[in-house]
Write a protein that binds this ligand. Structure first.
Ligand SMILES: C[S@@+](CC[C@H](N)C(=O)[O-])C[C@H]1O[C@@H](n2cnc3c(N)ncnc32)[C@H](O)[C@@H]1O
Length: 244
Protein backbone atom coordinates (compact mmCIF):
# COMPACT_ATOMS: atom_id res chain seq x y z
CA UNK A 1 0.00 0.00 0.00
CA UNK A 2 1.44 3.43 -0.87
CA UNK A 3 2.62 5.50 2.05
CA UNK A 4 0.45 8.58 2.70
CA UNK A 5 2.40 11.49 4.11
CA UNK A 6 0.95 12.51 7.47
CA UNK A 7 -0.18 15.93 6.25
CA UNK A 8 -2.34 14.15 3.66
CA UNK A 9 -3.99 11.79 6.13
CA UNK A 10 -7.73 12.53 5.99
CA UNK A 11 -8.22 11.19 9.52
CA UNK A 12 -5.93 13.89 10.83
CA UNK A 13 -7.88 16.51 8.93
CA UNK A 14 -11.15 15.21 10.32
CA UNK A 15 -9.61 15.43 13.76
CA UNK A 16 -8.61 19.05 13.00
CA UNK A 17 -12.21 19.67 11.92
CA UNK A 18 -13.58 18.14 15.13
CA UNK A 19 -11.15 20.00 17.37
CA UNK A 20 -11.79 23.37 15.74
CA UNK A 21 -15.48 23.12 16.64
CA UNK A 22 -15.04 22.33 20.30
CA UNK A 23 -12.07 24.43 21.32
CA UNK A 24 -12.57 26.53 24.43
CA UNK A 25 -10.76 29.39 22.72
CA UNK A 26 -13.00 29.36 19.62
CA UNK A 27 -13.92 33.03 19.28
CA UNK A 28 -17.29 34.53 18.30
CA UNK A 29 -15.36 37.37 16.65
CA UNK A 30 -11.84 37.22 15.21
CA UNK A 31 -9.39 39.56 13.48
CA UNK A 32 -7.92 38.90 10.08
CA UNK A 33 -6.29 41.23 7.57
CA UNK A 34 -6.89 44.20 9.85
CA UNK A 35 -10.62 43.67 10.23
CA UNK A 36 -13.02 42.01 12.68
CA UNK A 37 -15.21 39.12 11.57
CA UNK A 38 -18.05 37.11 13.09
CA UNK A 39 -17.55 33.36 13.40
CA UNK A 40 -20.67 31.21 13.77
CA UNK A 41 -20.70 27.67 15.16
CA UNK A 42 -20.11 24.88 12.62
CA UNK A 43 -18.37 27.21 10.15
CA UNK A 44 -14.74 26.80 8.98
CA UNK A 45 -12.64 28.84 11.43
CA UNK A 46 -9.87 30.86 9.75
CA UNK A 47 -8.21 31.24 13.15
CA UNK A 48 -7.04 27.61 13.23
CA UNK A 49 -5.69 27.43 9.69
CA UNK A 50 -3.52 29.83 7.71
CA UNK A 51 -5.34 29.07 4.45
CA UNK A 52 -7.75 32.04 4.51
CA UNK A 53 -4.90 34.52 4.97
CA UNK A 54 -2.85 32.76 2.28
CA UNK A 55 -5.82 33.03 -0.11
CA UNK A 56 -6.13 36.77 0.56
CA UNK A 57 -2.44 37.15 -0.32
CA UNK A 58 -2.76 34.99 -3.46
CA UNK A 59 -5.65 37.15 -4.66
CA UNK A 60 -3.84 40.41 -3.94
CA UNK A 61 -6.54 41.37 -1.45
CA UNK A 62 -4.18 42.31 1.36
CA UNK A 63 -2.59 45.07 -0.68
CA UNK A 64 -3.86 48.60 -0.10
CA UNK A 65 -6.22 49.71 -2.83
CA UNK A 66 -6.14 53.28 -4.01
CA UNK A 67 -8.24 55.34 -6.37
CA UNK A 68 -11.39 54.09 -8.03
CA UNK A 69 -12.42 50.84 -6.36
CA UNK A 70 -14.87 49.72 -9.01
CA UNK A 71 -12.58 48.11 -11.57
CA UNK A 72 -11.55 44.77 -10.18
CA UNK A 73 -14.39 42.87 -11.83
CA UNK A 74 -17.02 40.45 -10.65
CA UNK A 75 -16.04 37.74 -8.21
CA UNK A 76 -17.56 34.39 -7.27
CA UNK A 77 -16.34 32.63 -4.17
CA UNK A 78 -17.31 29.00 -3.88
CA UNK A 79 -17.03 27.75 -0.30
CA UNK A 80 -17.08 31.18 1.32
CA UNK A 81 -17.12 29.99 4.95
CA UNK A 82 -17.25 33.12 7.14
CA UNK A 83 -17.09 35.29 4.01
CA UNK A 84 -13.73 36.92 4.80
CA UNK A 85 -12.45 36.49 1.23
CA UNK A 86 -15.66 37.50 -0.54
CA UNK A 87 -16.25 40.55 1.67
CA UNK A 88 -12.59 41.61 1.44
CA UNK A 89 -12.84 41.26 -2.35
CA UNK A 90 -15.85 43.60 -2.31
CA UNK A 91 -14.04 46.06 -0.04
CA UNK A 92 -11.08 45.94 -2.44
CA UNK A 93 -13.24 46.91 -5.41
CA UNK A 94 -14.55 43.65 -6.84
CA UNK A 95 -18.20 43.70 -7.71
CA UNK A 96 -20.69 42.27 -7.95
CA UNK A 97 -19.52 39.54 -5.55
CA UNK A 98 -21.33 36.27 -4.92
CA UNK A 99 -20.44 34.16 -1.88
CA UNK A 100 -21.70 30.59 -1.95
CA UNK A 101 -21.34 27.59 0.36
CA UNK A 102 -22.79 24.14 0.82
CA UNK A 103 -23.00 24.83 4.57
CA UNK A 104 -26.14 26.96 5.25
CA UNK A 105 -24.60 28.40 8.40
CA UNK A 106 -21.59 29.61 6.41
CA UNK A 107 -23.96 31.42 4.04
CA UNK A 108 -25.55 33.13 7.06
CA UNK A 109 -22.11 33.91 8.49
CA UNK A 110 -20.94 35.50 5.22
CA UNK A 111 -24.14 37.58 4.98
CA UNK A 112 -23.56 38.85 8.52
CA UNK A 113 -19.97 39.80 7.72
CA UNK A 114 -21.08 41.59 4.55
CA UNK A 115 -23.46 43.61 6.78
CA UNK A 116 -20.76 44.23 9.37
CA UNK A 117 -18.57 45.82 6.67
CA UNK A 118 -21.32 47.69 4.80
CA UNK A 119 -21.05 45.53 1.69
CA UNK A 120 -24.60 44.17 1.35
CA UNK A 121 -25.08 46.08 -1.90
CA UNK A 122 -22.04 44.34 -3.42
CA UNK A 123 -22.13 40.86 -1.87
CA UNK A 124 -24.92 38.37 -2.51
CA UNK A 125 -24.87 35.17 -0.48
CA UNK A 126 -26.11 31.91 -1.93
CA UNK A 127 -26.58 28.41 -0.58
CA UNK A 128 -25.59 25.59 -2.89
CA UNK A 129 -23.38 22.71 -3.89
CA UNK A 130 -20.67 24.38 -6.03
CA UNK A 131 -22.58 26.33 -8.72
CA UNK A 132 -26.06 24.95 -8.03
CA UNK A 133 -27.33 28.13 -6.32
CA UNK A 134 -26.53 30.34 -9.32
CA UNK A 135 -28.59 31.28 -12.33
CA UNK A 136 -27.68 29.33 -15.51
CA UNK A 137 -26.29 32.41 -17.23
CA UNK A 138 -24.26 33.91 -14.37
CA UNK A 139 -20.57 34.44 -15.26
CA UNK A 140 -17.74 36.07 -13.29
CA UNK A 141 -14.38 37.67 -14.00
CA UNK A 142 -12.91 35.66 -11.12
CA UNK A 143 -14.18 32.29 -9.94
CA UNK A 144 -12.37 31.08 -6.84
CA UNK A 145 -12.50 28.18 -4.40
CA UNK A 146 -10.20 27.68 -1.42
CA UNK A 147 -11.08 24.03 -1.37
CA UNK A 148 -11.35 21.09 1.02
CA UNK A 149 -8.22 19.72 -0.62
CA UNK A 150 -7.62 16.69 1.62
CA UNK A 151 -8.60 13.48 -0.18
CA UNK A 152 -11.14 11.33 1.65
CA UNK A 153 -12.00 7.72 0.80
CA UNK A 154 -14.43 7.32 -2.09
CA UNK A 155 -17.29 6.13 0.08
CA UNK A 156 -16.65 8.26 3.14
CA UNK A 157 -19.94 9.37 4.72
CA UNK A 158 -19.70 12.85 6.24
CA UNK A 159 -20.77 13.05 9.87
CA UNK A 160 -21.43 16.79 9.60
CA UNK A 161 -21.44 19.50 6.96
CA UNK A 162 -18.44 21.01 8.75
CA UNK A 163 -16.31 18.02 7.73
CA UNK A 164 -16.84 19.14 4.14
CA UNK A 165 -14.65 22.16 4.84
CA UNK A 166 -11.68 19.82 5.25
CA UNK A 167 -12.10 16.63 3.23
CA UNK A 168 -13.45 15.80 -0.24
CA UNK A 169 -14.54 12.16 -0.58
CA UNK A 170 -13.00 10.72 -3.75
CA UNK A 171 -12.35 14.27 -5.03
CA UNK A 172 -15.87 14.24 -6.41
CA UNK A 173 -16.34 17.96 -5.72
CA UNK A 174 -12.93 18.75 -7.18
CA UNK A 175 -13.79 16.86 -10.36
CA UNK A 176 -17.02 18.82 -10.77
CA UNK A 177 -15.26 22.09 -9.97
CA UNK A 178 -12.58 21.46 -12.63
CA UNK A 179 -15.29 20.63 -15.14
CA UNK A 180 -17.68 23.47 -14.32
CA UNK A 181 -15.60 26.46 -13.12
CA UNK A 182 -14.28 27.43 -16.60
CA UNK A 183 -17.90 27.55 -17.85
CA UNK A 184 -18.65 30.16 -15.18
CA UNK A 185 -16.07 32.73 -16.31
CA UNK A 186 -16.60 35.78 -18.49
CA UNK A 187 -14.47 35.98 -21.66
CA UNK A 188 -10.97 36.67 -20.33
CA UNK A 189 -12.04 35.70 -16.80
CA UNK A 190 -10.13 33.27 -14.59
CA UNK A 191 -11.18 30.06 -12.85
CA UNK A 192 -8.97 29.59 -9.79
CA UNK A 193 -8.38 26.92 -7.18
CA UNK A 194 -6.45 27.28 -3.94
CA UNK A 195 -4.93 23.85 -3.27
CA UNK A 196 -2.13 22.59 -1.01
CA UNK A 197 0.24 19.72 -0.37
CA UNK A 198 -2.29 18.40 2.17
CA UNK A 199 -4.08 17.34 -1.01
CA UNK A 200 -3.12 14.79 -3.66
CA UNK A 201 -1.73 16.95 -6.45
CA UNK A 202 -1.02 13.97 -8.68
CA UNK A 203 -4.60 12.75 -8.49
CA UNK A 204 -5.84 16.29 -9.17
CA UNK A 205 -3.59 16.45 -12.26
CA UNK A 206 -5.10 13.15 -13.46
CA UNK A 207 -8.63 14.51 -13.02
CA UNK A 208 -7.61 17.68 -14.87
CA UNK A 209 -6.37 15.60 -17.78
CA UNK A 210 -9.56 13.50 -17.84
CA UNK A 211 -11.73 16.63 -17.84
CA UNK A 212 -9.68 18.45 -20.51
CA UNK A 213 -8.15 20.98 -18.16
CA UNK A 214 -4.63 22.26 -17.63
CA UNK A 215 -3.59 23.45 -14.17
CA UNK A 216 -1.26 26.45 -14.22
CA UNK A 217 0.50 27.41 -11.00
CA UNK A 218 0.05 31.17 -10.59
CA UNK A 219 1.55 31.46 -7.09
CA UNK A 220 2.85 29.23 -4.34
CA UNK A 221 4.20 29.54 -0.84
CA UNK A 222 5.29 27.29 2.01
CA UNK A 223 3.63 27.62 5.38
CA UNK A 224 4.59 26.00 8.65
CA UNK A 225 1.36 24.67 10.12
CA UNK A 226 1.92 23.75 13.70
CA UNK A 227 -0.89 21.74 15.21
CA UNK A 228 0.94 18.40 14.91
CA UNK A 229 4.48 19.66 15.36
CA UNK A 230 6.02 21.19 12.32
CA UNK A 231 4.12 20.36 9.16
CA UNK A 232 5.43 22.34 6.21
CA UNK A 233 2.59 22.75 3.75
CA UNK A 234 2.91 24.13 0.26
CA UNK A 235 -0.05 26.23 -0.84
CA UNK A 236 -0.71 26.85 -4.52
CA UNK A 237 -2.99 29.11 -6.51
CA UNK A 238 -3.94 27.19 -9.65
CA UNK A 239 -5.63 28.48 -12.76
CA UNK A 240 -7.90 25.99 -14.49
CA UNK A 241 -7.54 26.32 -18.25
CA UNK A 242 -9.51 24.25 -20.79
CA UNK A 243 -7.18 22.40 -23.15
CA UNK A 244 -9.72 21.89 -25.91
C1 LIG B 1 -11.22 25.32 3.45
S1 LIG B 1 -12.85 25.96 3.71
C2 LIG B 1 -12.59 27.65 3.18
C3 LIG B 1 -13.60 28.61 3.78
C4 LIG B 1 -13.34 30.10 3.45
N1 LIG B 1 -13.26 30.33 2.03
C5 LIG B 1 -12.06 30.55 4.09
O1 LIG B 1 -11.04 30.63 3.39
O2 LIG B 1 -12.08 30.80 5.31
C6 LIG B 1 -13.73 25.22 2.33
C7 LIG B 1 -15.18 25.67 2.22
O3 LIG B 1 -15.75 25.01 1.09
C8 LIG B 1 -17.09 24.62 1.43
N2 LIG B 1 -17.48 23.51 0.54
C9 LIG B 1 -17.05 22.23 0.55
N3 LIG B 1 -17.63 21.52 -0.44
C10 LIG B 1 -18.44 22.39 -1.10
C11 LIG B 1 -19.31 22.25 -2.22
N4 LIG B 1 -19.45 21.09 -2.86
N5 LIG B 1 -20.00 23.35 -2.63
C12 LIG B 1 -19.86 24.55 -1.99
N6 LIG B 1 -19.06 24.72 -0.91
C13 LIG B 1 -18.35 23.66 -0.48
C14 LIG B 1 -17.02 24.26 2.89
O4 LIG B 1 -18.28 24.26 3.51
C15 LIG B 1 -16.05 25.33 3.40
O5 LIG B 1 -16.75 26.48 3.84
Amino acid sequence: MPHTPQVQDYRRSLERSRQSLGRADRPAVFSLAGRQWDLLDEVFAPVYSPSTGVALDFLGLTEPVGGDRSHRGSFLEIGCGTGVIAVTAALAGHGPVVASDINPRAVRNAAGNARRHGMTDRVRTVHGDLFSGLGDDERFDTVFWSSNYVLGPDHYEYRSVHERAYVDAGYRSHRRYLEQAPHRTTPGGRALLHFSSRGDRRLLAGIAEQTGRELRVLSSCQVREGEYGNDVVEHQLLQIVPTT
